[in-house]
Design a protein around this ligand. Structure first.
Ligand code: ME8
Length: 651
């Protein structure tokens, strides 16, 4: 048995939104590869995870009124989040890393220091454009018509002290790696990297920021956080124990056999990543494979384009295996592919319902009808009729393996389906229903059914990495037990006992009525994306529920803006308690602090305390809010007559 090690990774996902089918694409591909390697007998490490730091997360958390950690937890671990999706899609990862994991954070600090100590990281000045309102630095190229790409406002020239990585020092070695080895695939991506990024001159890379705080702090220079890509890329090693004691698999699994990554992040993985590894003196991964994008109407997929690309919805309707299969069967892994519901349904109907599903159901039904489910030992081989199918199925594993070893999953599946189609043709050529008519043809009939079952078994083994759940059911139907589901057995024609006993089970892949389905999908998407608020029945609370909320009158003793925040004001309030109470409220865009001093307001004081921008908020100020026809919101802080004393309860 093959006892090789195999280490494969997916990009770690940025949890700023829920994942869509485009994200699932790469993870399904990685899962299929990992399962294929396990099937071969390799010891596999399949790593995935989430990349949780950076300004975007900090900003999103701020607008959601939660801490960045709460924000990412809500997308990663909460019900319906990333972990749940991978469970649903049967993703067999061996390890899941979150870049907020303590061991990873400490390891990144050590790695940063190591590169600083060896002279590859130095302090300099980052020159760029600054948007005061968004508190964000931009480079010239990031600007939209010379203005802030986020809010569209004017930007100013700005300088910020920052650390830089000597990327330029490694340009020659990286170019050599790309041009003279097969480190990066497909090869077309090599020319893109060399011509667009290395030849024009690699500049040193800015690797720290001081304009936001949600990142790994540079421990020897407080105020700086490590650039999110350094933090993210090293996950592939920290997850094995590099610079930490949490894991101990570095020697066993590093260097990685392959990093699967989307094409837009090939630059980070094929230029910056090897340069940093050269800097810390670590071996380079064996391969980076840049896959294409799933496009929707010719453009990159995004949440805003509708929920039909929601992997939950698609898995619910068609089954996880059909969806996994579609993703791998339809699009060559290195190229872009246009996703559509029609294509998805067509693929399920043609390959799974017609070709594979029919082969299994016809064969098991005939074995049941003509032999009561158990084939007789006596079987008559007919070389002229059988040779082609037997040879094709017997040699399938070799062709499949060749494609899989080149990460051409769709080609591997094509090989399998050519055999399945040949088997269906074999049924038509041999006409078992005619053989069944004469008793002297029974040995021939048994042999035809045996050949079909054996072909199905071999195809089933090779489809297991793509559709693990369904293939188990298929094996049960055709009477193939554990030893007949192995990699070795897929190269052995006639491994199935001659007197195999089969039983027709549930239809593995029911046919879908395209027209009806497309209509229903459209409706499902509309319902999911815009649940009509007015049609919802009112959700009543009881008087006891209402009594739980404690409102009091409060006098504003002090009010100031929270540093580095666009929205937050910090209030010190007299709520009639022994000590003044601190509450943070995101209303700075509506009020300046001095307008509010001395005012009497309403506060909810039994809300659980929470931290925002490092400050504790103990309650909530109550405002009147209304959405305007142009989509903006108007807000008025509820203010009472100043004669009302502080600390009165409201009822
Ligand atoms: O890039 N089709 O995270 P991410 C195919 N955190 N692949 C798609 C896709 C689509 N429509 N949309 C997204 C990041 N992807 C970083 C990675 S690794 C050290 C850090 C792929 O959540 C995308 O190409 O934005 C990328 O490979 C992956 O999803 C994660 O994207």
């Amino acid at each position: 048995m093959n006892r090789e090690k195999f280490y494969i990774t997916t990009p770690i996902y940025y949890p700023s939104d829920k994942l869509h089918i485009g994200h699932a694409y790469c993870t399904v591909a990685t899962d299929a590869m990992a399962r294929y390697k396990r099937l071969q007998g390799c010891e596999v490490m399949f790593l995935t995870g989430t990349d949780e730091h950076g300004q975007k997360i900090e900003d999103k958390a701020k607008s959601a009124g939660v801490t960045p950690q709460q924000f990412v937890d809500n997308i990663v671990t909460a019900p319906g989040g990333v972990l749940d999706l991978w469970k649903l899609m049967n993703i067999s990862y061996d390890r899941f890393i979150r870049t907020t994991d303590g061991y990873h954070v400490r390891a990144i600090q050590k790695i940063f220091k190591k590169m600083y100590d060896n002279g590859d990281i130095y302090k300099g000045t980052y020159k760029g454009k600054y948007c005061k309102d968004c508190e964000a630095f931009w480079t010239e190229t990031q600007l939209a018509d010379g203005k802030c790409p986020d809010c569209g406002r004017e930007v100013q020239d700005a300088e910020e002290e920052a650390y830089f990585f000597r990327l330029s020092k490694y340009a020659g070695r990286v170019q050599d790696l790309l041009e003279n080895t097969d480190f990066l695939e497909p090869r077309s991506r090599v020319h893109e990297m060399v011509n667009n990024f290395i030849k024009p001159g690699l500049e040193d890379l800015c690797v720290s920021r001081t304009s936001f705080t949600w990142g790994v702090p540079v421990d020897f220079d407080p105020g700086h956080v490590v650039y999110v890509w350094i933090d993210a890329l090293f996950n592939y090693m920290t997850a094995l124990g590099y610079m930490n004691g949490e894991h101990h698999d570095l020697e066993k699994f590093w260097p990685a056999d392959v990093h699967f990554v989307g094409k837009e992040i090939v630059r980070f993985h094929s230029i910056i990543w090897p340069a940093m590894l050269m800097s810390v003196g670590a071996p380079l991964p064996r391969k980076v494979f840049g896959h294409g994008w799933l496009l929707l109407d010719g453009g990159k997929m995004s949440k805003s384009k509708g929920n039909v690309v929601d992997p939950y919805l698609l898995s619910e309707r068609y089954g996880v295996d059909a969806l996994r299969f579609f993703l791998m069967r339809t699009f060559p892994f290195g190229s872009d592919g246009n996703f559509s519901n029609e294509l998805l349904i067509q693929t399920i109907n043609k390959d799974l319902a017609n070709d594979l599903g029919n082969l299994v159901s016809r064969t098991t039904a005939m074995a049941g009808k003509y032999f009561g489910g158990v084939l007789p030992e006596e079987q008559r081989f007919d070389e002229a009729m059988d040779d082609e199918l037997v040879k094709m199925a017997g040699a399938l594993r070799g062709r499949y393996e060749d494609a899989m070893e080149h990460y051409a999953m769709h080609k591997a599946l094509d090989e399998v389906f050519q055999v399945i189609q040949r088997a269906n043709k074999y049924i038509d050529e041999n006409k078992p229903w005619l053989l069944a008519k004469s008793p002297e043809d029974r040995p021939r009939l048994a042999c035809v059914l045996y050949n079909l079952l054996e072909t199905t078994r071999i195809c089933g083994v090779l489809l297991t990495p793509f559709m693990p759940g369904s293939m188990d059911k298929l094996f049960d139907q055709i009477g193939a037990d554990g030893a007949l589901r192995t990699w070795e057995s897929a190269a052995r024609w006639a491994a199935l006992p001659r007197s195999v006993s089969v039983h027709k089970g549930e239809n593995l892949f029911p046919r879908i009525d395209m027209e009806k389905e497309l209509k229903e999908l459209e409706q499902a998407a509309v319902q999911k994306s815009a649940p009509p608020a007015e049609e919802k029945p009112p959700e009543y609370i009881t008087i006891d529920d209402f009594d739980k909320v404690k409102f009091v009158t409060a006098k504003i003793l002090a009010c100031d803006a929270v540093p580095k925040s666009k929205k937050l004001l910090r209030f010190t309030l007299d709520c009639g308690e022994a000590q003044p109470r601190q509450i943070l409220s995101g209303i700075h865009e509506y009020y300046e602090p001095e307008q509010l001093l001395g005012k009497t307001v309403v506060a909810c004081v039994n809300l659980a305390p929470r931290k925002m921008m490092g400050l504790e908020s103990n309650g909530m100020l109550i405002s009147a809010v209304k959405e305007q026809p142009d989509g903006t919101e108007k807000l008025h802080l509820l203010m009472l007559d100043d004669g009302v004393p502080a600390g009165y309860g409201l009822c």
